[in-house]
Design a binder for this molecule. Structure first.
Ligand code: FAD
Length: 398
């Protein structure tokens, strides 16, 4: 049986960053990734928040566009624009592939076609079992620490410490077209990330997006329930012309279709079990209002790497619990609030109009809502509560 200090499962932004930063800190690291090519099968709009590449030391070459604005469209057809600084778009082949290449360069071993099955505890170590899908063999690895970053497929038995009965209810079914245009869309297309909130023909709440890329547009929809492929395609086919009419009228195009699940519920209550840590989407670290999760995933990977490197330097036990504490203090305030807000808005989608109008009228409110942690001053809390009360009054009046 192979022995490693850190075993990472999944080579998305969470697993790749953990592997890169742990290996850089001298931790012997093995990554198990089920796909044959890292990032090739990831379905994602791949919008990155401003500063992402600098923060995670990634080259500008992966960036396709730098849209400085996000436009929020509502059920009633209103559009609200907000400056976001210099956001980025990319593709997951490039993002995940680049992080993986850096991780390898730091000394991490990445084994593809390795499908994680389970973990158990034996003599103070964690034993991970996986299937080598190239050879068809089952294998076991003994690890000092394990970082599970397997995305929305992270289901665990309800008896397991990491089990979470609400997980399935939080899954969002997503479908996306990569639209390859014969000539560029209108210039405004490449300056804006678009998010649309509406009720679809099927009666479901829909969140749709248009994210510009160098050579295509990512146009997709997410529906927060289980929906058949046929229904999803029909919803996306109904949405596509609304974007086409404004941004690329009369331009020919071809389409590549892709579908995937995203978790959009509340963050998972428990993130560690012995020396096992859970990160990224597997931990439920996705902003329910926007679907953003790449930044959260990469940060989770960084914190996991720091916890393991710290343990290697002197405090061998308690790394996973320290990781869980720091991750929760960094993200849980905002993500739990975002999940509650989204549930409230989706109950009566006219509320999106009311909220976006208020954000447009009070830019300070909009800026404060974008903050990751709830480390507001007394004056800021007072301002936020005043805005919340104003919103509540407007909702009651509407
Ligand atoms: C349609 C869509 C659009 C999105 N758009 C955006 C966006 O614009 N911006 C943004 O910030 N976020 C976006 N997200 C969210 C974002 O994709 C996730 O938050 C992010 O990918 C989380 O990274 P991760 O590393 O935790 O998991 P993932 O990126 O899901 O990576 C998990 C990895 O684990 C591997 N894996 C899974 N199961 C196993 C197993 N059993 N054994 C071994 N390996 C396994 C997978 O192959 C994958 O490589 C979007 C999501 C979807 C579905």
């Amino acid at each position: 049986m192979q022995d490693v200090e850190l075993l990472v499962v999944g080579c998305g932004p969470a697993g790749g960053t953990a592997a890169r930063e742990a290996a850089r800190a001298g931790v012997e690291t093995l990554v198990l990734e089920k796909d044959a090519v890292v990032g090739a099968k990831r379905v994602c709009a791949a919008g990155l928040r401003p500063g992402f590449c600098e923060n995670f030391d990634l080259p500008r070459s992966i960036v396709h566009c730098d849209p400085p604005t996000i436009a929020l469209h509502t059920l009633t057809g209103k559009r609200f624009e907000f400056p976001i600084g210099q956001g980025h778009t990319t593709t997951r082949e490039e993002l995940d592939g680049t992080i993986a290449a850096f991780a390898r360069a730091e000394g991490a071993q990445i084994q593809t076609q390795a499908l994680f099955r389970s973990y158990t505890r034996e003599n103070g170590k964690t034993i991970v079992e996986f299937a080598d899908t190239a050879s068809g063999e089952r294998r076991r690895v003994r690890a000092g620490h394990v970082f599970l970053a397997l995305g929305s497929s992270a289901r665990f038995d309800s008896g397991s410490p990491l089990g979470y009965d609400e997980w399935s209810a939080g899954l969002i079914t997503c479908y996306q077209y990569r639209v390859y245009l014969e000539r560029p869309a209108i210039p405004e297309t490449y300056q804006t990330l678009e998010l649309h909130y509406y009720v679809g023909a099927s009666g479901h709440n829909v969140i749709a997006w248009m994210f510009p890329k160098r050579d295509h547009l990512s146009i997709g929809i997410g529906i927060p329930s289980k929906v058949s492929g046929k229904e999803l395609r029909a919803e996306l086919d109904a949405f596509l012309p609304t974007v086409e009419r404004r941004l690329f009228p009369g331009v020919g195009y071809t389409i590549r279709e892709e579908g995937n699940l995203l978790y959009g519920g509340a963050p998972r209550p428990t993130l560690s079990d012995g020396d096992v840590m859970l990160g990224g989407t597997a931990a439920g670290l996705v902003d329910a209002t926007t679907g953003e999760g790449i930044h959260e995933a990469a940060m989770a990977g960084r914190l996991a790497a720091q916890a393991v490197a710290h343990a290697k330097r002197g405090r061998p036990s308690g790394a996973a619990r320290a990781y869980e504490r720091s991750l929760k203090s960094m993200f849980y305030g905002r993500l739990r609030h975002r999940h509650k807000l989204m549930t409230f808005l989706e109950r009566a989608p006219m509320r999106f109009d009311l909220l976006f109008e208020q954000l447009a009228r009070f830019p300070r409110f909009a800026t404060m809502l974008q903050r990751d942690t709830n480390d507001f001053s007394f004056g800021e809390w007072l301002y936020l509560y005043t805005q919340a009360a104003l919103f509540a009054v407007r909702v009651l009046r509407s």
